[in-house]
Design a protein around this ligand. Structure first.
Ligand code: GLU
Length: 285
């Protein structure tokens, strides 16, 4: 299999130093291995994604010296693949429609048992209010959730995944108890969206034949969901590389709203691509 990495920004804001680090890390890894680097636009959230951020991301990445084969895959055009994956999970009887709002979930989860985690990679762990509702009753306004207990019952022996990032390097096995208590019934489709992030990323990483998924260590817990979904869908499990996070002066992880760290601002102020590499601690290009 070709060594292939990707950078997959959600075009909901300008790219900042953390994105540059992630994209450059993926690009450098592919280059060192004689492989390929791809770009993908994770624009499944049609409300928050903006074409101007997409254009700006392309400009920033080109300026940084990155190149990729065209055309760029866009998740907004992957609806058929996402529907097929959702149908596959439905055929296994692993999903149910959920009409709960965030407030419903917060209220139902308000009396946590001592020692039981209440939050997972998606925020609050879903308390199971709609579990058991048949998919035939799903409406446009519903989210679709994975019934984790059922998924674990059909999954057979759980897979492990290989991690090459320095902070969590090694082989990580999925644990059933852990998935039940710290992840629970995750959303695989959200209201008004073709599919939810976790499913989209698994399906499109496979469609792009990504061999090495490079992303921040903040997504390490979400990766366990992705490995399980890939396993349930019968897809190969890629190798993962969770890199360190770029933090601001106060030690906080950078977010899209941190415009002060936007690559476009550094560009406008006359910085050079190697200045960015130096700031994020990468070898010069
Ligand atoms: N699109 C995701 C984001 O912008 C990252 C993709 C991934 O899961 O690696 O956070």
């Amino acid at each position: 299999m070709t060594f292939r990495t990707r950078f997959a920004p959600s075009p909901t804001g300008p790219l900042h130093l953390g994105h540059a680090f992630s994209a450059l890390t993926a690009f450098d890894m592919a280059r060192r291995a004689g492989g390929e680097f791809l770009l993908r636009m994770d624009d499944i959230d049609r409300i928050r994604s903006k074409p101007e951020y997409e254009d700006l991301a392309v400009e920033d990445l080109r300026w940084l010296g990155l190149s990729w084969p065209e055309p760029v895959m866009k998740q907004s055009r992957s609806g058929a693949r996402f529907r097929a994956a959702l149908a596959q999970l439905d055929q296994l009887d692993l999903t149910y429609p959920c009409s709960c709002s965030r407030a419903d979930i917060a209220a139902a989860a308000d009396a946590p048992q001592e020692g039981v985690p209440t939050h997972g990679p998606d925020g609050r762990i879903y308390p199971g209010t709609c579990r058991g509702r048949p998919m035939s009753k799903a409406t446009e306004d519903d989210a679709i959730r994975l019934d984790m207990a059922k998924a674990l019952a059909v999954a057979g022996p759980l897979p492990a995944f290989v991690e090459t990032g320095a902070e969590v390097c090694g082989t990580h096995a999925l644990e059933a108890t852990d998935l039940l208590t710290t992840i629970g019934d995750v959303a695989v489709a959200r209201r008004g969206m073709a599919a939810a992030y976790h499913l989209c990323v698994v399906v499109d990483d496979h469609a792009q034949q990504i061999s090495h998924v490079v992303r921040g260590v903040d997504l390490f817990d979400a990766t366990r969901i992705h490995v399980l979904l890939a396993h349930l869908l019968g897809l190969p499990i890629p190798i993962y590389h969770h890199h360190r996070l770029i933090r601001d002066d106060a030690g906080k992880r950078l977010a899209k709203r941190d415009d002060a760290r936007a690559i476009s601002l550094y560009r406008a102020e006359g910085a050079q691509p190697d200045d960015i590499r130096r700031i994020v601690g990468l070898p010069l290009g």
